[in-house]
Design a protein. Sequence first.
Length: 558
Amino acid sequence: MDIRKLNEDIAVGPQIGAQDVLTIAAAGYRSVVCNRPDGEGADQPGFAEIEQAASAAGMQARYLPVESGKVADAQAQGFGELMRELPGPVFAYCRTGTRSATLWALSQAASQPLPSILDAARGAGYDLSGVTRRIANGGRTPADAVDANHEVVIVGGGAAGIAVAASLLARQPRLDIAVIDPADIHYYQPGWTLVGAGVFRPATTARTMAEVLPAGVKWIKAAVAAFEPERNAVVLDGCRVVKYGHLVVCPGLKLDWNAIPGLAETLGRNGVTSNYRYDLAPYTWELVQSLKGGKAVFTQPPMPIKCAGAPQKAMYLSADHWRRQGVLKDIDIRFCNAGAVLFGVSDYVPALMEYVNAYGIQLQFGHRLASVDGPAHRATFVKAGPDGAQEELVLPFDMLHVVPPQKAPDFVRVSPLADAAGWVDVDPATLRHKVHANVFALGDCSNTSNAKTAAAARKQAPVVAHNLLAARGEARGAAHYDGYGSCPLTVERGKIVLAEFLYGGKVAPSFPKWLIDGTRPSSLAWMLKERILPPVYWDAMLKGREWLAQPELAEGTR
């Protein structure tokens, strides 16, 4: 628990969990203010959870969300009003505490000398030198006030960001690279499906950012607020500016928990869970083990989403456990999919349907989750009819596994790099931005039509590394990404349908059919998922070892 006191009236800190509220109350704080928008991170509890815990502890709680680096004057004024309104002392938090500290500093600008504000923030561990520029510049961030300058700047320290940094250094060891990411922890998210089935322990899917960052890469531990590609600049939280020669954008996507009314308030309780959050995947396994009879509902939102097979992976593994425990006949399982098909590549559907029938799963296509009433154990879905008319369907549940709607991060969606839908607009083969030639993107944030999986990022990283160096005149030819994606569909414990495909849904197996037939359940594919892919991720993909992932050069460019 990190409580950083600014003065006797207020302290700030990084993201808290509901279990931290009692510690904050015990330290004498009487109010909590959340300055972080819900859904920013995969391991982030929503404000509703914090508010409920604060109420139980006899504390006041308020929600004043601020996008990273975009503290408006009205928000700073609102923060000052909360300070006057709430019983003190107050504890405020965001992802790292920087936004909360910035809000406090700006709210105090008229009543305290600037040096004392900066000293208080510095004493709490926050460098708010950017606030000085902002006040002097009328709240605007001048792009010519540069805090750092690097040959290559990578936004995002997830699978795609670390992999591309490692691939770049494998080709050009002396390249000046900076990775911008505020997170302390790097997650192996493909492992969360197995956490939710009791196969992996949660800790095996997490390592510190310092552990995975390639040697020699600078780590800028901050959130991105905005892109200014016409000035080759990235604006950071706290109003700092980083200049680049080439930019790689790969911050992942945003899980929009708040898009479904009632969901945020009930996550992690009342039988509502999701393998899409690190801290909730263990709760999935708890629910699966405890359910002996009743109704289990699994949802899938409209595309695009991260790993489109994950919603049904959770369902199959749960059903397999219930079958092994002899209770499957007493559990009504429904798969409510906003889409129209079970899986987007038809070659794999027959094998999946065998399991759907064996487990007695009811498939309900065209059903989009609209709201959740956790205490009442009721989920409301909207079904679109063939004539466009919509009807509501209310389903009771004992267990509800939710996959939230997903979209590009806010700072990407509103940037000059985005297309009309909010995703980074790149050429699908070269992964180079269609307008800004010194910008590349890969991973979940781009508008390429491939599946958004770690397997896709593994193939994309060498392509971006080669093409970026070619743009610098340090490599020859143009590497092309063919849309490869992989989805190991865990149909039962010990067997997987290994779906592999390219752009357009073309099946693209990595192994001969006699070894692994991807269209049939395979125990060898399970071994690949459980035993081989995790070390390949940690020790190859994130280390620049491009096993079975070397980029192909386009004809005529070799």
